[in-house]
Design a protein around this ligand. Structure first.
Ligand SMILES: [Zn+2]
Length: 153
């Protein structure tokens, strides 16, 4: 089923949506709810007659979230900021980040993750991107002080 934004959604269980939607909207939940994976779209859950947006959903949806902290792993409460911090502290691989942050291995994604899917497929991509960035940037701290110096004039 397609969202109003045109993105093909994936089906979520009622128990998934029920865990994240504000209780005042529970009566709108059906067995045909879909999740919209488009990060630019405010719709989180929809079916043929109902659309529930980030305003009706109490849980921050990681990739629809513009501010921080951005949740990555809901079972273990690990955020993007935690992953960046682990890499700054010396984690060099996805496995090392997993060990340092405790990300993944929760096993409750169907309830805790608003997408109803395992967080691993999302966070592995993010960790890989951040590891690559850490390598190509060299020391990130140096860069930001350079920027401040420019500001001073
Ligand atoms: Zn959408």
């Amino acid at each position: 089923m397609k969202c109003v934004c045109g993105t093909e959604g994936w089906k979520v269980k009622k128990i998934t949506a029920g865990s994240h939607v504000n209780p005042e909207y529970w009566h709108l939940l059906s067995d045909d709810l879909h999740f919209c994976p488009n990060s630019d779209c405010d719709v989180v859950y929809f079916d043929k007659r109902v659309t529930l947006t980030v305003r009706e959903v109490k849980t921050k949806v990681f990739f629809k979230e513009k501010g921080s902290p951005k949740p990555l792993c809901y079972c273990k409460q690990v955020t993007e900021e935690d992953v960046v911090e682990a890499i700054r502290k010396g984690a060099k691989s996805v496995k090392e980040v997993e060990e340092m942050t405790g990300i993944g291995n929760g096993g409750h994604c169907v309830v805790t993750n608003p997408s109803g899917r395992c967080c691993r497929q999302f966070y592995v991509k993010f960790i890989e991107k951040m590891l690559e960035k850490a390598v190509s940037d060299g020391d990130g701290a140096e860069k930001s002080s350079e920027c401040c110096r420019t500001d001073r004039g």
